[in-house]
Design a protein around this ligand. Sequence first.
Ligand code: AMP
Length: 184
Amino acid sequence: MKTIHSICVYCGSSNTTKPEYLDLAARVGAQIALRGMRMVYGGGRVGLMGRAAEACHNAGGAVLGVMPRFLQNREITYEDVEHRMVDTMHERKIAMFNESDAFLVLPGGIGTLEEAIEMLSWQRLDLHDKPIVFLCEDGFWDPLFQLLDHTIETRLTPPSFRDMLLAANSVEAAFEAIEMRVPA
Ligand code: AMP
């Protein structure tokens, strides 16, 4: 079985979301460090992304942030960890994809959705088979799964797409789901 070295975390940049989501991000970051994996993410200090990266770094884990230059003030580049500056959102996303063996999607807004859906759509096109796990402890992702189900029921997406959707309602379950799905 292939080992997971790097795990990409997609999550919200909001500081004013529910404290439970910020706490979840911190537990995920610490868990990545504990498991000896590297965390790959968007490179900022704000919101869930900042919490996860700080927790991973503080627990001794390796972190790679990928920050578009035009966002460095808005998202506050986390300078204490390895970070790569890029020019565009597309460069950020391809770097995060190339550097990662799996994707963990935490609660987030439109940016998180965009990143996660792109990885699902690339998987559907057989461009990769890296596991993508949606993690929440309170049903946050249920409306997204309902929408995706709706596209299956209306025969816009094949039923086999359901197999690609991995969901976890605890940090432990999320890592188990990733490890079970990792390609040989
Ligand atoms: P949000 O979930 O909206 O708080 O955004 C989470 C992260 O996704 C932030 O770092 C955004 O800069 C990033 N993001 C938003 N849109 C894109 C995009 N099109 N490509 C790459 N990253 C994005």
